[in-house]
Design a protein around this ligand. Structure first.
Ligand SMILES: NC(=O)c1ccc[n+]([C@@H]2O[C@H](COP(=O)([O-])OP(=O)(O)OC[C@H]3O[C@@H](n4cnc5c(N)ncnc54)[C@H](O)[C@@H]3O)[C@@H](O)[C@H]2O)c1
Ligand SMILES: [Zn+2]
Length: 366
Protein backbone atom coordinates (compact mmCIF):
# COMPACT_ATOMS: atom_id res chain seq x y z
CA UNK A 1 0.00 0.00 0.00
CA UNK A 2 1.18 3.52 -0.75
CA UNK A 3 0.23 6.62 1.16
CA UNK A 4 0.18 10.02 -0.48
CA UNK A 5 0.06 12.97 1.85
CA UNK A 6 -1.98 16.04 0.89
CA UNK A 7 -0.37 18.74 3.03
CA UNK A 8 -2.69 21.64 3.77
CA UNK A 9 -1.99 24.25 6.36
CA UNK A 10 -5.00 25.46 8.35
CA UNK A 11 -5.62 28.67 10.24
CA UNK A 12 -5.71 26.87 13.54
CA UNK A 13 -5.80 23.20 12.62
CA UNK A 14 -3.83 20.98 10.30
CA UNK A 15 -6.16 19.92 7.49
CA UNK A 16 -3.66 17.58 5.86
CA UNK A 17 -4.82 14.09 4.95
CA UNK A 18 -3.67 10.87 3.34
CA UNK A 19 -4.69 9.20 0.13
CA UNK A 20 -4.24 5.49 0.76
CA UNK A 21 -3.75 3.52 -2.41
CA UNK A 22 -3.52 -0.25 -2.69
CA UNK A 23 -5.29 -3.55 -3.25
CA UNK A 24 -7.92 -4.72 -0.80
CA UNK A 25 -7.58 -1.76 1.56
CA UNK A 26 -11.31 -1.02 1.62
CA UNK A 27 -11.64 -3.72 4.28
CA UNK A 28 -9.52 -1.59 6.63
CA UNK A 29 -11.76 1.46 6.61
CA UNK A 30 -13.33 0.66 9.97
CA UNK A 31 -9.96 0.77 11.72
CA UNK A 32 -9.07 4.01 9.98
CA UNK A 33 -12.20 5.79 11.19
CA UNK A 34 -11.96 4.27 14.65
CA UNK A 35 -8.38 5.56 14.88
CA UNK A 36 -9.79 9.04 14.24
CA UNK A 37 -12.26 8.63 17.06
CA UNK A 38 -15.36 8.10 14.93
CA UNK A 39 -18.21 6.46 16.81
CA UNK A 40 -20.87 6.97 14.16
CA UNK A 41 -20.89 7.14 10.36
CA UNK A 42 -23.27 7.57 7.45
CA UNK A 43 -22.27 5.91 4.19
CA UNK A 44 -23.55 7.54 1.02
CA UNK A 45 -23.31 5.41 -2.11
CA UNK A 46 -25.13 4.79 -5.38
CA UNK A 47 -27.23 1.86 -6.54
CA UNK A 48 -24.48 0.25 -8.60
CA UNK A 49 -21.81 0.54 -5.93
CA UNK A 50 -23.99 -0.42 -2.94
CA UNK A 51 -23.79 -4.20 -3.37
CA UNK A 52 -20.42 -4.27 -5.14
CA UNK A 53 -18.40 -2.32 -2.57
CA UNK A 54 -20.33 -0.20 -0.07
CA UNK A 55 -21.55 -3.18 1.93
CA UNK A 56 -17.96 -4.27 2.51
CA UNK A 57 -17.18 -0.80 3.80
CA UNK A 58 -20.25 -1.05 6.05
CA UNK A 59 -19.13 -4.45 7.40
CA UNK A 60 -15.69 -3.08 8.18
CA UNK A 61 -17.12 -0.05 10.00
CA UNK A 62 -19.54 -2.22 11.97
CA UNK A 63 -16.71 -4.60 12.92
CA UNK A 64 -14.80 -1.62 14.28
CA UNK A 65 -17.76 -0.82 16.53
CA UNK A 66 -18.94 2.22 14.57
CA UNK A 67 -22.71 2.84 14.51
CA UNK A 68 -23.78 3.06 10.93
CA UNK A 69 -26.41 4.16 8.43
CA UNK A 70 -26.26 3.50 4.68
CA UNK A 71 -28.02 5.83 2.23
CA UNK A 72 -28.26 5.02 -1.47
CA UNK A 73 -28.90 7.42 -4.34
CA UNK A 74 -29.55 6.52 -8.00
CA UNK A 75 -26.41 6.04 -10.11
CA UNK A 76 -25.40 8.75 -12.55
CA UNK A 77 -24.95 12.47 -12.98
CA UNK A 78 -28.64 13.40 -12.37
CA UNK A 79 -28.07 12.61 -8.68
CA UNK A 80 -25.83 15.67 -8.41
CA UNK A 81 -29.00 17.75 -8.03
CA UNK A 82 -30.59 20.10 -5.53
CA UNK A 83 -33.42 17.58 -5.06
CA UNK A 84 -31.14 14.66 -4.20
CA UNK A 85 -28.98 16.85 -1.94
CA UNK A 86 -32.12 18.10 -0.16
CA UNK A 87 -33.28 14.50 0.27
CA UNK A 88 -29.99 13.68 2.00
CA UNK A 89 -30.20 16.77 4.23
CA UNK A 90 -33.67 15.59 5.29
CA UNK A 91 -32.37 12.07 5.90
CA UNK A 92 -29.57 13.51 8.03
CA UNK A 93 -32.07 15.55 10.05
CA UNK A 94 -34.32 12.51 10.52
CA UNK A 95 -31.35 10.43 11.66
CA UNK A 96 -30.24 13.20 14.04
CA UNK A 97 -26.83 13.33 12.39
CA UNK A 98 -24.53 15.66 14.30
CA UNK A 99 -21.02 17.00 13.91
CA UNK A 100 -19.52 13.89 15.47
CA UNK A 101 -20.95 11.78 12.62
CA UNK A 102 -18.52 10.97 9.83
CA UNK A 103 -19.80 10.95 6.23
CA UNK A 104 -18.29 8.23 4.06
CA UNK A 105 -18.77 8.63 0.30
CA UNK A 106 -18.38 5.26 -1.43
CA UNK A 107 -18.45 5.59 -5.21
CA UNK A 108 -17.26 7.64 -8.15
CA UNK A 109 -17.14 11.37 -8.69
CA UNK A 110 -20.90 11.74 -8.61
CA UNK A 111 -21.26 10.27 -5.13
CA UNK A 112 -18.10 12.06 -3.97
CA UNK A 113 -19.21 15.49 -5.18
CA UNK A 114 -22.75 15.06 -3.86
CA UNK A 115 -21.89 13.51 -0.48
CA UNK A 116 -19.03 15.99 -0.12
CA UNK A 117 -21.37 18.91 -0.68
CA UNK A 118 -23.92 17.55 1.79
CA UNK A 119 -21.12 16.96 4.33
CA UNK A 120 -19.83 20.51 3.76
CA UNK A 121 -23.22 22.08 4.32
CA UNK A 122 -25.15 20.01 6.86
CA UNK A 123 -24.71 21.39 10.38
CA UNK A 124 -22.06 23.70 8.85
CA UNK A 125 -19.77 20.83 8.09
CA UNK A 126 -19.26 17.15 8.95
CA UNK A 127 -16.08 15.07 8.74
CA UNK A 128 -15.85 13.46 5.30
CA UNK A 129 -14.11 10.40 3.85
CA UNK A 130 -13.88 9.42 0.21
CA UNK A 131 -13.80 5.77 -0.77
CA UNK A 132 -13.13 6.25 -4.47
CA UNK A 133 -14.37 3.38 -6.65
CA UNK A 134 -13.84 4.79 -10.16
CA UNK A 135 -10.56 5.64 -11.83
CA UNK A 136 -11.76 9.25 -12.19
CA UNK A 137 -12.42 9.46 -8.47
CA UNK A 138 -9.12 7.82 -7.48
CA UNK A 139 -6.92 10.07 -9.59
CA UNK A 140 -9.00 13.23 -9.59
CA UNK A 141 -12.33 13.98 -7.93
CA UNK A 142 -11.70 12.52 -4.45
CA UNK A 143 -8.55 14.60 -3.99
CA UNK A 144 -8.60 18.35 -3.57
CA UNK A 145 -11.81 19.20 -1.77
CA UNK A 146 -14.03 20.38 -4.61
CA UNK A 147 -17.61 19.34 -3.97
CA UNK A 148 -20.78 20.37 -5.72
CA UNK A 149 -24.03 19.78 -7.50
CA UNK A 150 -25.50 20.83 -10.84
CA UNK A 151 -28.24 23.31 -11.72
CA UNK A 152 -30.31 23.37 -14.92
CA UNK A 153 -28.13 26.35 -15.84
CA UNK A 154 -24.86 24.45 -15.65
CA UNK A 155 -22.67 21.76 -14.11
CA UNK A 156 -21.09 22.21 -10.68
CA UNK A 157 -22.58 25.69 -10.28
CA UNK A 158 -23.30 25.22 -6.57
CA UNK A 159 -20.59 23.85 -4.37
CA UNK A 160 -18.04 24.27 -1.64
CA UNK A 161 -14.43 23.51 -0.95
CA UNK A 162 -14.51 20.79 1.68
CA UNK A 163 -11.45 18.66 2.24
CA UNK A 164 -11.87 15.03 3.33
CA UNK A 165 -10.24 13.49 6.41
CA UNK A 166 -8.88 10.78 4.18
CA UNK A 167 -9.20 9.11 0.79
CA UNK A 168 -9.17 5.38 0.16
CA UNK A 169 -8.32 4.26 -3.36
CA UNK A 170 -8.69 0.48 -3.41
CA UNK A 171 -7.44 -0.65 -6.82
CA UNK A 172 -9.47 -3.86 -6.53
CA UNK A 173 -12.71 -1.88 -6.77
CA UNK A 174 -11.74 -0.87 -10.31
CA UNK A 175 -12.14 -4.48 -11.47
CA UNK A 176 -15.93 -4.17 -11.54
CA UNK A 177 -15.95 -0.86 -13.40
CA UNK A 178 -17.61 -0.99 -16.85
CA UNK A 179 -14.99 -0.90 -19.63
CA UNK A 180 -16.00 2.46 -21.05
CA UNK A 181 -15.92 4.12 -17.61
CA UNK A 182 -12.50 2.68 -16.92
CA UNK A 183 -10.96 3.74 -20.23
CA UNK A 184 -12.50 7.19 -19.89
CA UNK A 185 -10.66 7.63 -16.59
CA UNK A 186 -7.34 6.94 -18.32
CA UNK A 187 -7.69 10.30 -20.10
CA UNK A 188 -7.04 12.13 -16.82
CA UNK A 189 -4.01 9.89 -16.22
CA UNK A 190 -2.55 10.85 -19.60
CA UNK A 191 -3.35 14.46 -18.73
CA UNK A 192 -1.11 14.34 -15.64
CA UNK A 193 1.82 13.11 -17.70
CA UNK A 194 1.28 15.76 -20.33
CA UNK A 195 0.93 18.70 -17.92
CA UNK A 196 3.44 17.83 -15.20
CA UNK A 197 5.59 14.77 -15.66
CA UNK A 198 7.43 13.76 -18.84
CA UNK A 199 8.91 10.64 -17.23
CA UNK A 200 5.41 9.50 -16.25
CA UNK A 201 4.19 10.14 -19.82
CA UNK A 202 6.99 7.91 -21.15
CA UNK A 203 6.17 5.26 -18.57
CA UNK A 204 2.54 5.38 -19.75
CA UNK A 205 3.69 4.92 -23.35
CA UNK A 206 5.66 1.87 -22.29
CA UNK A 207 2.77 0.29 -20.40
CA UNK A 208 -0.28 1.56 -22.31
CA UNK A 209 -1.61 -1.84 -23.34
CA UNK A 210 -1.15 -3.40 -19.88
CA UNK A 211 -2.83 -0.41 -18.24
CA UNK A 212 -5.76 -0.59 -20.63
CA UNK A 213 -6.03 -4.27 -19.61
CA UNK A 214 -6.12 -3.16 -15.91
CA UNK A 215 -2.99 -5.06 -14.93
CA UNK A 216 -2.99 -4.72 -11.16
CA UNK A 217 0.51 -3.58 -10.19
CA UNK A 218 0.84 -1.18 -13.10
CA UNK A 219 -2.60 0.22 -12.44
CA UNK A 220 -1.72 0.81 -8.80
CA UNK A 221 1.45 2.62 -9.87
CA UNK A 222 -0.48 4.79 -12.34
CA UNK A 223 -3.09 5.71 -9.72
CA UNK A 224 -0.40 6.49 -7.14
CA UNK A 225 1.55 8.76 -9.47
CA UNK A 226 -1.58 10.54 -10.71
CA UNK A 227 -2.88 11.03 -7.18
CA UNK A 228 0.50 12.39 -6.08
CA UNK A 229 0.55 14.88 -8.95
CA UNK A 230 -2.99 16.04 -8.18
CA UNK A 231 -2.10 16.34 -4.49
CA UNK A 232 0.94 18.41 -5.37
CA UNK A 233 -1.11 20.88 -7.41
CA UNK A 234 -3.81 21.12 -4.75
CA UNK A 235 -1.23 21.78 -2.04
CA UNK A 236 0.16 24.72 -3.95
CA UNK A 237 -3.15 26.25 -5.06
CA UNK A 238 -5.93 24.82 -2.93
CA UNK A 239 -8.61 27.30 -3.96
CA UNK A 240 -7.58 28.05 -7.52
CA UNK A 241 -6.20 31.45 -6.63
CA UNK A 242 -2.61 31.49 -7.91
CA UNK A 243 -3.64 29.97 -11.23
CA UNK A 244 -1.51 26.86 -10.75
CA UNK A 245 -4.53 24.62 -10.28
CA UNK A 246 -5.69 25.79 -13.71
CA UNK A 247 -3.14 23.45 -15.34
CA UNK A 248 -5.56 20.66 -14.45
CA UNK A 249 -7.94 22.14 -17.04
CA UNK A 250 -5.71 21.02 -19.91
CA UNK A 251 -7.98 19.61 -22.61
CA UNK A 252 -11.04 20.64 -20.67
CA UNK A 253 -12.07 23.84 -22.50
CA UNK A 254 -12.22 21.96 -25.79
CA UNK A 255 -13.47 18.87 -23.99
CA UNK A 256 -16.43 20.59 -22.34
CA UNK A 257 -17.41 22.06 -25.70
CA UNK A 258 -17.49 18.59 -27.29
CA UNK A 259 -19.27 17.14 -24.26
CA UNK A 260 -21.95 19.85 -24.41
CA UNK A 261 -22.32 19.83 -28.20
CA UNK A 262 -22.71 16.05 -28.26
CA UNK A 263 -25.62 16.32 -25.84
CA UNK A 264 -25.87 15.02 -22.33
CA UNK A 265 -24.47 11.54 -21.79
CA UNK A 266 -23.29 10.88 -25.37
CA UNK A 267 -19.58 11.34 -24.70
CA UNK A 268 -18.17 10.37 -21.33
CA UNK A 269 -16.16 13.14 -19.66
CA UNK A 270 -12.82 11.41 -20.17
CA UNK A 271 -13.60 10.72 -23.84
CA UNK A 272 -14.35 14.40 -24.34
CA UNK A 273 -11.17 15.36 -22.47
CA UNK A 274 -9.14 13.02 -24.70
CA UNK A 275 -10.56 14.72 -27.81
CA UNK A 276 -9.99 18.06 -26.08
CA UNK A 277 -6.33 17.33 -25.32
CA UNK A 278 -5.80 16.30 -28.94
CA UNK A 279 -7.31 19.61 -30.11
CA UNK A 280 -5.35 21.64 -27.55
CA UNK A 281 -2.09 20.06 -28.70
CA UNK A 282 -2.99 20.90 -32.31
CA UNK A 283 -3.71 24.48 -31.32
CA UNK A 284 -0.33 24.64 -29.54
CA UNK A 285 1.36 23.39 -32.73
CA UNK A 286 -0.52 25.96 -34.85
CA UNK A 287 0.72 28.66 -32.47
CA UNK A 288 4.26 27.31 -32.85
CA UNK A 289 4.39 26.49 -29.19
CA UNK A 290 4.70 22.71 -29.60
CA UNK A 291 6.49 20.46 -32.10
CA UNK A 292 4.10 18.55 -34.43
CA UNK A 293 5.78 15.34 -33.37
CA UNK A 294 4.36 15.69 -29.84
CA UNK A 295 0.82 16.06 -31.20
CA UNK A 296 1.18 12.66 -32.83
CA UNK A 297 2.76 11.09 -29.77
CA UNK A 298 -0.15 12.14 -27.58
CA UNK A 299 -2.68 10.90 -30.17
CA UNK A 300 -0.93 7.54 -30.31
CA UNK A 301 -0.87 7.13 -26.53
CA UNK A 302 -4.57 8.00 -26.29
CA UNK A 303 -5.31 5.53 -29.07
CA UNK A 304 -3.39 2.70 -27.44
CA UNK A 305 -5.40 3.24 -24.28
CA UNK A 306 -8.64 2.96 -26.22
CA UNK A 307 -9.38 6.68 -26.13
CA UNK A 308 -10.47 8.83 -29.08
CA UNK A 309 -8.43 11.75 -30.36
CA UNK A 310 -11.07 12.68 -32.95
CA UNK A 311 -14.71 13.47 -32.39
CA UNK A 312 -16.93 10.52 -33.35
CA UNK A 313 -18.33 10.52 -36.88
CA UNK A 314 -21.96 11.28 -37.39
CA UNK A 315 -22.28 13.91 -34.68
CA UNK A 316 -22.52 17.55 -35.70
CA UNK A 317 -19.59 19.44 -34.21
CA UNK A 318 -19.68 22.68 -36.18
CA UNK A 319 -16.68 24.83 -35.18
CA UNK A 320 -18.92 27.89 -34.71
CA UNK A 321 -21.07 26.01 -32.25
CA UNK A 322 -18.04 24.70 -30.35
CA UNK A 323 -16.54 28.21 -30.26
CA UNK A 324 -19.77 29.67 -28.93
CA UNK A 325 -19.83 27.06 -26.15
CA UNK A 326 -16.19 27.80 -25.28
CA UNK A 327 -16.90 31.52 -25.09
CA UNK A 328 -19.58 30.75 -22.46
CA UNK A 329 -17.25 28.46 -20.45
CA UNK A 330 -17.10 29.53 -16.81
CA UNK A 331 -13.31 29.67 -17.09
CA UNK A 332 -13.44 32.15 -19.95
CA UNK A 333 -12.80 35.76 -18.96
CA UNK A 334 -14.74 38.49 -20.77
CA UNK A 335 -15.54 36.22 -23.72
CA UNK A 336 -11.83 36.00 -24.63
CA UNK A 337 -10.60 32.53 -25.38
CA UNK A 338 -7.75 31.26 -23.25
CA UNK A 339 -6.34 27.81 -23.11
CA UNK A 340 -3.95 25.65 -21.14
CA UNK A 341 -1.54 24.53 -23.87
CA UNK A 342 1.50 22.26 -23.79
CA UNK A 343 4.91 23.66 -24.62
CA UNK A 344 6.48 20.20 -24.33
CA UNK A 345 5.57 16.89 -22.73
CA UNK A 346 5.35 17.53 -19.01
CA UNK A 347 4.78 21.28 -19.22
CA UNK A 348 1.80 23.51 -19.98
CA UNK A 349 1.19 27.25 -20.00
CA UNK A 350 -1.91 29.39 -19.75
CA UNK A 351 -2.26 31.17 -23.09
CA UNK A 352 -4.66 34.14 -23.07
CA UNK A 353 -6.40 35.86 -25.97
CA UNK A 354 -6.19 33.15 -28.59
CA UNK A 355 -7.44 34.17 -32.04
CA UNK A 356 -10.75 32.34 -32.73
CA UNK A 357 -9.67 31.74 -36.33
CA UNK A 358 -6.75 29.65 -35.10
CA UNK A 359 -9.02 27.78 -32.71
CA UNK A 360 -11.26 26.97 -35.68
CA UNK A 361 -8.21 25.70 -37.53
CA UNK A 362 -7.36 23.44 -34.57
CA UNK A 363 -10.95 22.16 -34.51
CA UNK A 364 -10.89 21.30 -38.20
CA UNK A 365 -7.35 19.99 -38.54
CA UNK A 366 -6.45 16.35 -38.23
N1 LIG B 1 -14.56 17.28 -7.47
C1 LIG B 1 -13.69 17.24 -8.45
O1 LIG B 1 -12.57 17.78 -8.34
C2 LIG B 1 -14.04 16.51 -9.69
C3 LIG B 1 -13.05 16.17 -10.62
C4 LIG B 1 -13.42 15.40 -11.74
C5 LIG B 1 -14.73 15.01 -11.90
N2 LIG B 1 -15.68 15.37 -10.98
C6 LIG B 1 -17.08 14.94 -11.13
O2 LIG B 1 -17.09 13.53 -11.10
C7 LIG B 1 -18.24 13.06 -11.80
C8 LIG B 1 -17.83 11.89 -12.66
O3 LIG B 1 -17.29 10.89 -11.84
P1 LIG B 1 -17.15 9.39 -12.34
O4 LIG B 1 -16.57 9.39 -13.69
O5 LIG B 1 -16.49 8.64 -11.26
O6 LIG B 1 -18.66 8.96 -12.56
P2 LIG B 1 -19.74 8.23 -11.62
O7 LIG B 1 -19.57 8.54 -10.21
O8 LIG B 1 -21.07 8.52 -12.24
O9 LIG B 1 -19.42 6.70 -11.86
C9 LIG B 1 -19.57 6.15 -13.16
C10 LIG B 1 -20.50 4.94 -13.16
O10 LIG B 1 -19.82 3.83 -12.62
C11 LIG B 1 -20.55 3.25 -11.54
N3 LIG B 1 -19.55 2.75 -10.62
C12 LIG B 1 -18.78 3.45 -9.77
N4 LIG B 1 -17.85 2.68 -9.21
C13 LIG B 1 -18.03 1.45 -9.71
C14 LIG B 1 -17.36 0.22 -9.54
N5 LIG B 1 -16.26 0.11 -8.78
N6 LIG B 1 -17.82 -0.87 -10.21
C15 LIG B 1 -18.89 -0.75 -11.05
N7 LIG B 1 -19.55 0.38 -11.26
C16 LIG B 1 -19.12 1.47 -10.61
C17 LIG B 1 -21.43 4.34 -11.03
O11 LIG B 1 -22.61 3.83 -10.44
C18 LIG B 1 -21.75 5.11 -12.32
O12 LIG B 1 -22.82 4.48 -12.99
C19 LIG B 1 -18.78 14.25 -12.56
O13 LIG B 1 -19.95 14.69 -11.93
C20 LIG B 1 -17.70 15.31 -12.43
O14 LIG B 1 -18.22 16.61 -12.42
C21 LIG B 1 -15.35 16.10 -9.90
ZN1 LIG C 1 -11.71 16.16 -15.98
Amino acid sequence: MATIRVSLAGEDTDRSYDVACGRGILAGIGQRLAACGAARAVIITDEAVADLHARRAADSLAAAGIALELLTVPSGEPSKSVAVAAGLWDDFARLAVDRATHVVAVGGGVVGDLAGFVAATFARGLPLWHVATTLVAQVDSAIGGKTGINLAGGKNLVGAFWQPRGVIADIETLETLPEREFVSGLAEVVKYGMILDAAFFEWLEEHAAALAARQGDLLAAAVERSAALKAHVVERDEREITGLRAVLNYGHTFGHAYETAAGYGVLLHGEAVAIGMARAARLAAILDRLPEEVVGRQDRLLGRMGLPSEAPQGLAFAPDNLLAIMARDKKTVGGRLRFVLPSRIGQVELVPDVDPALVTQALLGS
